[in-house]
Design a protein around this ligand. Structure first.
Ligand code: GLU
Length: 446
């Protein structure tokens, strides 16, 4: 049986590094196991789900390079959830409850005051038919709870190891609201069963849900999938990321110039205990992927590490890999020689635009020492220029002016590039070419 996994975002916001990591690890798991990755939108909460987020999430997953064998929405499968509900109703595994939210709050408050755990007391199970009818006559609509059995629920978690939960320490969960809408628990399990999901890989905030879902699965006569619960990420100070998630959307990372494979390499590395390495393709990442590496330690998301990895990725990217992006940026002269010259100086690909202007476009030369620069212009070798030209030229200039080191090189750099620092002039000079170099040394704008 080949692995089938799913990523199940609720379309209520943009993809951020937390849920992107869940998506990525599911995708890598499927790829490494030659299995399938299914995308499901948990959109039964019609008040909060928005169509624009469905599109945005798909776009962002594609930006990461992830693809899916199937995509569906829970809102299109309500019939299936009603079938499952009817079966559970028939078998007495769900029961109608009529308490108002205020009544439930009051019950919880009383339990807490008495030092008892705030577990639902199942009083709705003891209602007589007449009492139910009278609630209905008052216009109350029932919400439905799933009846947990008092067993210990256990599963072998691929990340946490054997987990055991005492179901009698939990409230029977509400699965259908009084307005008839489904909460997350039941539809999710129905989908996992119907779509043959073999592995559910998700955040550890779902551990209590798993205890319930294992029982729902049994009640529906199906075998539970294998579960893996990953620890949630924090920031470097160990604080939850929830407050920062707005700035940690994939959109904002992309806008700040972080490359998808830097995000993928970083998110796959976090929590794996492996040394931080940069991978240039998802296939390479998948070939190195093993879910067993991920432990229970809290992964700490560090922006500086991600930026550093982005820089390494750019430095290691071959021209063929970045060429389409350079073209898309409109850098028409960005050939292999240009890339080789500038890549050691880039921390964001967008910075290539500046160096493209230096090599092929317009800059404002800085004339630190006009007389010296005039001498330099006069000594410019004839074309054709190549990787040797810089050495030939500066050697002649050194002999003619008796300058060396910074005194020799700094004015040349400022005139030729308009800035203090940058890629090796040896590599830039042939790209700038004789005509532009001469003009700049004479202080003329391009
Ligand atoms: N929509 C749920 C969430 O985003 C899915 C959880 C699951 O993977 O089952 O938390």
């Amino acid at each position: 049986m080949s692995a089938v996994v799913r990523f199940a975002p609720s379309p209520t916001g943009l993809l951020h590094v937390g849920n992107a990591r869940t998506a990525l690890l599911n995708w890598l798991f499927a790829r490494a196991a030659a299995g399938r990755f299914v995308l499901r939108f948990d959109d039964t909460d019609t008040g909060r789900s928005r169509e624009e987020y469905v599109t945005a999430i798909e776009t962002d997953l594609q930006w990461m390079g992830l693809d899916w064998s199937q995509v569906f929405r829970q809102s299109a499968r309500l019939d299936r959830y009603h079938d499952a509900l009817a079966r559970l109703q028939q078998e007495g595994r769900v029961y109608p409850c009529y308490e108002t939210p205020e009544e439930l709050d009051y019950k919880r408050w009383r339990q807490i005051n008495r030092g008892q755990p705030p577990i639902y007391d199942r009083s709705a199970l003891r209602l007589t038919d007449a009492q139910r009818r009278s609630f209905e006559a008052e216009g109350r609509r029932p919400h439905w709870r799933f009846l947990l059995t008092a067993d210990v629920v256990g599963w072998d978690d691929l990340v946490r190891g054997p987990v055991q939960m005492q179901a009698d320490h939990m409230s029977d969960p509400v699965v259908v609201r009084a307005d008839g809408s489904f909460l997350y628990l039941l539809p999710s399990m129905v989908d996992d069963i119907d779509f043959g999901i073999t592995h559910v890989i998700r955040g550890e905030d779902h551990v209590p849900n798993t205890a319930i879902q294992v029982q729902i699965c049994q009640a529906l006569g199906a075998a539970a999938p294998i579960f893996a619960h990953l620890p949630l990420m924090t920031d470097i100070a160990g604080k939850g990321l929830s407050k920062r998630l707005g700035s940690l959307t994939l959109r904002s990372l992309a806008e700040s110039g972080i490359e998808p494979m830097a995000v993928n390499s970083y998110l796959a590395n976090l929590g794996s205990g492996e040394p931080l390495s940069v991978f240039t393709s998802l296939d390479e990442l998948a070939a190195n992927f093993d879910l067993r590496c991920y432990g229970r330690g809290t992964p700490k998301f560090d922006d500086a590490q991600l930026s550093g990895l982005n820089q390494r990725l750019i430095h290691e990217s071959a021209y063929a890999v970045v060429r389409p992006q350079l073209q898309a940026m409109g850098l028409v002269h960005a050939d292999a020689a240009f890339w080789e010259a500038v890549r050691p100086n880039l921390s964001r690909l967008s910075e290539a635009r500046f160096w493209h202007d230096v090599c092929f476009g317009r800059i404002e030369p800085i004339m630190a020492d006009p007389a010296f620069l005039a001498a330099a212009a006069a000594l410019l070798p004839d074309e054709p220029w190549n990787g040797e030209t810089w050495d030939v030229w500066t050697k002649a200039l050194k002999a003619a002016t008796n300058r060396k080191g910074k005194e020799l090189f700094r004015p040349l750099r400022l005139a030729l590039t308009g800035v203090e620092h940058g890629p090796e002039l040896r590599a830039l000079l042939p790209l700038i070419g004789r005509q532009a170099a001469e003009r700049r040394l004479q202080g003329q704008d391009d």
